[in-house]
Design a protein around this ligand. Sequence first.
Ligand SMILES: [Mn+2]
Length: 361
Amino acid sequence: MGTERPTVKLFVAKVTSANLLEGGSLASFMGEALNVLKEAGLPEFTTIVADSDLDGLCAAAVLKAVNPNATVHFAHAALVRSGTIDHLINHQTAMVDLPFHPNCGWYLDHHQTNRPSPDEEASFIAKGGTCHWEATPSAARLAYDVLSPHIDLNHLEEIMPVVDALDSGQISREDFIADGPILQLARSLSMREPEHMQLLLTLLSKGTRLADVLADERILPHVSRAKEERAAAQRVVESSTTIIDRLAVCRMDEKGVRSNGYLVTAWAGDRADACCIIHGYADGSIETPEHPPLSASFYANSFLPNGQGRFDLSRMATALDPTGGGHANACGCRVQEPGLDANLDHWLAMWADRDVSLAIQ
Ligand SMILES: [Mn+2]
């Protein structure tokens, strides 16, 4: 294989450079893309279905680099599990960073909970499917590892460590607070911004370097939006968070901003073991997504050494709301009658007794 690589790399250098724009025949490029896959022993595909976060997008960019004509659809796990996108999935579909689907042709993922069972994998392979499941920090890393021996992916080297850290919860407090451009770029991604997603995908798949992506005038407004939204949320965290007995209670309700737990636990530092964020509006409703009802989210402080796995916060999330839930370290619920103050009193009493009532044995 060592002797084949220079030829393959040369071809990719052609595709990823401006030469494609200089009149290279599309049919010949298509043919050569298929040759790369064939020589690498990888399946042909016409469609890529990927998760709609930075990991899914970078994994899709890696696959699209080897097959520039592939159509990419962004999705999320619930859309796969509900069967909503079954019509997009057949033996010519590569699926990345999403739950396993037996009808796809090539499955790449890294989530333990998505891994096909040995039986599922065996019948998938018997039908001609190709399965790459590895416990890598990101799906993009897996796709990169599979394809980098065959094509030139040097331009992604800078973004890959951040994708890994973001997707495996390994971002340090310093990096989170610094809020560098890749974190902002990651937050700018959304299924509500399909043009932005497709443009970023195309740039990364064609070999555009990160600095040029971030300087692109079509990308910049999205990154700026993500930066400004976080700055607004940060101001609310600073003005509206109270630390009570090592629980940081942040009142984002009535304020039109949202945040996950990182912003609050990064602000609290070693003063809090967990946070409780209140979102929504006292007169909100589930019927009006832009004006939602009051809700609470609970997060363990993942920036502390051993900050996770000490307390089962989901017991607070389910104590008053039977539809509440999530994980021990990250969960949520709706505020119930008679109202927020009474709910907060209940949760704070549970928290005060946490060594007994919330302890994970
Ligand atoms: Mn992922």
